[in-house]
Design a protein around this ligand. Sequence first.
Ligand code: 5GP
Length: 204
Amino acid sequence: MSKGFLLVLSGPSGSGKGTVSQALLKKRKDIKFSISATTRKPRPNEVNGENYFFLSEEEFKSMQEKGEFLESAFVHANYYGTPKQFVLDEIEKGEIVLLEIDVQGALQIKKNYKEAVFIFLLPPTMDELKNRIIKRGTETEEDINRRFANAFKELDFVGEYDFFVVNDKVENAVKDIEAIIHSEKLRVKRHKDIKLNVLKQGGK
Ligand code: 5GP
């Protein structure tokens, strides 16, 4: 059996991480989604415990102090963090765990989890990125501008990632991510006893 691994998906606000992740998870029951904790207020369509664990700043800080996050960061004026236990349990079971996190969080994971796979999701153009943030209609004008300005800063970190995927069409982005997962599963270092397993197949 191949070992489980972390699949880290980052990309600027409006690159479509949420949509692509949901489409990927719908198609691939073998991928587990890590539900992040955040102090951001829920958007109208978001459900606590499904999209995020929505916490007060006090609750978030308390988890942080107890070392219950795999990584955490302050993004667009709110705190976000990956609860540790779920991820470690799933990896132990051999599962692929999807983390949809920002570049600061990805860099923390990169330091501590050498075997994670890092994918950066790009919009087809920056104009399209801004359109998508505006079209979502859930952010204030101040927040839209902050998210758009942060997008340029986040792009500086694309060189830290293993792969990039352009999200022009969601189904194509999902296919690209599946291709990455497929190759990662075939990595020799992710398997133990390849020779032994081949020999077990017998043959004359
Ligand atoms: P949003 O508010 O649009 O849901 O997310 C804002 C940003 O926070 C996105 O870049 C998203 O990937 C990132 N984010 C979501 N959860 C986490 C997390 O657990 N850790 C970190 N570092 N970033 C996160």
